[in-house]
Design a protein around this ligand. Sequence first.
Ligand code: CA
Length: 231
Amino acid sequence: MADVLVVEDEPDIRHLIAHHLEREGYRCRAVANGAEALRAVRASVPDLIVLDLMLPEIDGLEVCRRLRGDAATATVPIIMLTAKSDEVDRIVGLELGADDYVAKPFSPKELVARVRAVLRRARPEVAGRVFREGALLLDPARHTASVSGATLALTPKEFDLLQVLMEAAGRVLTREHLLTRVWGYAHADEIESRTVDVHVRRLRAKLGDEGRRIATVKTVGYRFERAGGEG
Ligand code: CA
């Protein structure tokens, strides 16, 4: 399930948004200002950012500009919260690159609908898709994985790792790619690539017979082998 970062300095609104997103099944991190937002994104790149325009010190536009200027975060979808309707053209325009905006006051329901729509646009290949290989089935929308109908008890990272591998079935993925996609590290070298190996080993064990589908590609990374495919 998608990881959403909420940036809003008004605690009531921040909690309201986080509450509604979590109720819809999104993983949610909430921070109160621009500096914290940039720190949170550096620690782990979210799938989408709900960004208030009016923030103390580093405002929403500046946060947006900095994210767009960094290759690691240039394409992260951003929904801007704004009370100033006259700034909308600038906010959503090419210049600043927010993907959408929601004007305050807004209904949480409307915001959740926008989040869903923007995510669907950003990752159309994933929305609603179920991955099936042999006896293994992974359903991102329901956040479940099973082998021969038996649900697997995967940690969130193991689930994300399996999803990234299955999305790219048949292709080799480097450890660095897996670190960026699963752990969200904008700078993958800051964490040991051994982390990937450890998680792959645990994931393989949980998959039982289907675990052999995750092939080690010597010195490079891993590849999910398709059932009866090119592998
Ligand atoms: Ca504000």
